[in-house]
Write a new protein. Structure first.
Length: 311
């Protein structure tokens, strides 16, 4: 992965020490609440609040309900106007009632998918970590081994059931690939769950016992009937919607008739080869492309040769 490519991945930026050793501090929640320097980030269903200048909005400990699930995110590694280096950050996962007390204007609660590119590297790292973990806590209230209720512990990084079983967060690896043909056109597909004119790169989850490269070859053939040459790794970024790590590749279709590309008809309903001229003329109008927070957009723009003036 080139430094230039990595720097353009909006959700891969980070200026935070996750400070994992501090998670096991005895009575950590009380320690964090009692420290007036601690910054609390309220998270409501994956949404957060921002200040007028676009920075994340933090709240005081007394605004965080006693029963809120707290997640220790880590500490700042550099000085910022709202928090010097060493400041500890905590996500507070709040319910509807608590969210309404903190900010009654429901429109003020914003989704990371919409504003991730606008945050500083520190705030972006905090937001992605908080949203990913909020999603994990939301679906792991019961032990998959015993069915018993689980409780958050170790700074929010472990859930433990009454029988003592510990459950840890998991991340699902997914590949995403920019495929070009002999004319240097790029292959984009339209998913059945999207608007008919929305196109993106082909992607899919890595299966158990499968390498990333094998997953690229399999997914591309399954979804579009295209055989590719050896894929080349580009970079990765978290995609906490709800719990993925997007691993980006580029690859070239094996010589042959590019018109043989065909959608699987189930997940992918259309595939098309696009030239740069077609992208320039159609994108944002008759063809909708991935948003700026996605690695798909970065890979497409790398092939295109520069940024696209689109949302």
């Amino acid at each position: 992965m080139t430094v230039e490519f990595a720097a353009r991945l909006p959700l891969a930026r980070n200026e935070l020490d996750r400070d994992a050793e501090h998670r096991s501090t005895p009575d950590l929640e009380r320690v964090l609440r009692d420290d007036p320097a601690t910054r609390f980030l309220p998270v409501h269903g994956g949404a957060m609040l921002r200040n007028a200048d676009g920075t994340l909005r933090f709240v005081d400990a007394d605004q965080v309900p006693d029963d809120a699930t707290l997640l220790y995110l880590g500490r700042a590694v550099s000085d910022a106007p709202d928090a010097p280096a060493g400041t500890r950050f905590v996500a507070a996962l709040v319910d509807d009632a608590a969210a309404a007390r903190i900010e009654p204007d429901t429109d003020a609660w914003e989704n990371l998918r919409m504003f991730g590119t606008e945050l500083s590297a520190r705030d972006q790292g905090l937001a992605v970590e908080a949203v990913a973990m909020a999603n994990w806590h939301a679906v792991h209230g019961f032990s998959p081994r015993t069915g018993s209720p689980t409780a958050s512990t170790v700074g929010g990084w472990v859930r433990r059931d009454p029988e003592g079983h510990q459950h840890f967060p998991r991340t699902d690896a997914a590949i995403i690939v920019g495929i070009t043909d002999g004319q240097d056109r790029i292959l984009l597909g339209s998913n059945a769950a999207w608007d008919a004119n929305r196109y993106s790169l082909l992607a899919g989850f890595v299966e158990p016992g499968e390498s990333l490269e094998d997953a690229v070859r399999r997914e591309v053939f399954e979804e579009a009937g295209v055989t590719i040459e050896e894929p080349e790794y580009l970079g990765s970024q978290p995609w906490p919607f709800p719990a993925s790590l997007m691993v980006g590749f580029r690859a070239r279709a094996v010589d042959g008739d590019p018109s043989s590309a065909r959608p699987d008809g189930v997940e992918i309903i259309d595939v098309r080869w696009f030239s740069r001229d077609e992208i320039r003329e159609q994108a944002g109008d008759t063809v909708l492309l991935p948003g700026r927070t996605s690695i798909a957009r970065v890979i497409i723009e790398e092939w295109y040769g520069g940024p696209l003036d689109l949302p």
